[in-house]
Write a protein that binds this ligand. Structure first.
Ligand code: ADP
Ligand code: MG
Length: 323
């Protein structure tokens, strides 16, 4: 079992940011209103992910760390989780296989919380402890028992910037959750969780971008868009500022990048990489679920239709037309 978990971990857990992604997604699934992520040395030596969600009952703690023992029943076409498709129920077991994990968790119903320690897939401790509602993970020494993996990690600065980028995307995709990110003792991001996307954009990108946003709202046959696109004068050096979320998840799609960039290019020749932050809600049947789990690439069944819809919506927003 430990060997299998270690192999599975090789596919799910690539670097500190993959651990943070899995644990924060769990925190979101647990109904948390606030999530704090703290890392040291790029997350390689230390990561703390704390939430105020539903917690895990003591009787379920050990189970949660078993492969495929997930409590959630999800259909293959459950788009909500498309980004983590392929490793459903594998995150905790995988993380525990390749690091030293300490978890403190408490449900509202319990008076005492539970402290659980597991390292390299081997359980070390399970005991009662005083705790507040929610779950805190401490992850130490990532890949301490997988030297080959550890060798492939980049510098702490690079690994920390991956975590930072991820936290930014998480904050933008969930304005209703307060996210804090602390790197080497310094707070890097702290959103209010008041549900206002524009406030998050202001917090992350500052005044200039926030002052130049065009609302993007669209709804038609199975696809809706909601968010903001940058005024044409705001243009960036790469695709990093083209943010979009599909059914609440950060994924990538070449069709969507192209629709965005083509609409801007046709509007005004000089805008190669626009700024965008918007949510796409789309019926599951329009999406190909055969997606690579870590690359987060998504395919649509009708590429042309998605392209046309997006292009049209952005073009209209740029021209100030109602759709
Ligand atoms: P999955 O998320 O696919 O179910 P995971 O290995 O990520 O698999 O998590 C296993 C289970 O542990 C979850 O289904 C959930 O019941 C529980 N769990 C994990 N993290 C949390 C959390 N932060 N709060 C509450 N429950 C959690
Ligand atoms: Mg999970």
């Amino acid at each position: 079992q430990i060997t299998i978990d270690k192999i599975a971990a090789g596919e799910v857990i690539e670097r500190p940011a993959s651990v943070v992604k899995e644990l924060v997604e769990n925190a979101i699934d647990a109904g948390s209103g606030s999530v704090t992520v703290e890392i040291k040395e790029g997350g390689i030596s230390y990561m703390r992910i704390a939430d105020n969600g539903c917690g895990i009952a003591r009787d379920d703690v050990q189970n949660a760390f078993l492969r495929h023992s997930t409590s959630k029943i999800r259909a293959a076409e459950d788009l909500e989780h498309i980004a983590s498709l392929g490793f459903r129920g594998e995150a905790l077991s995988s993380i525990a296989a390749v690091s030293q994990v300490e978890m403190i968790t408490k449900t509202k119903e319990q008076l005492l919380g539970t402290r659980y320690q597991i390292a390299g897939g081997k359980e070390e401790e399970l005991e009662d402890t005083g705790a507040s509602d929610g779950t805190t993970f401490l992850i130490r020494q990532l890949f301490y028992n997988v030297p080959a993996r550890r060798k492939f990690l980049k510098t702490p600065i690079t690994e920390a910037s991956h975590v930072g980028d991820l936290m930014t995307r998480l904050a933008l995709s969930h304005p209703e959750i307060s996210f804090q990110f602390i790197n080497n003792g310094q707070s890097r991001l702290h959103t209010s969780g008041n549900g206002n996307l524009k406030d998050v954009i202001y917090h992350v990108y500052g005044r200039e971008i926030t002052a130049n946003l065009i609302p993007l709202e669209y709804k038609n046959n199975g696809l809706s868009l909601s968010g903001y696109i940058g005024a044409p004068l705001i243009s960036r050096g790469n695709r990093n500022f083209e943010n979009y979320f599909i059914n609440g998840r950060y994924v990538k799609s070449n069709i969507i990048y192209r629709a965005i960039e083509d609409a801007y290019k046709d509007f005004s020749m000089q805008h190669k990489f626009p700024f965008t932050v918007f949510h796409i809600t789309i019926d599951g049947e329009h999406v190909d679920v055969n997606v690579h789990p870590t690359k987060m690439e998504l395919r649509f069944n009708n590429q042309q239709e998605v392209y046309n819809t997006l292009y049209e919506a952005i073009d209209s927003a740029l021209h100030g037309r109602e759709l």
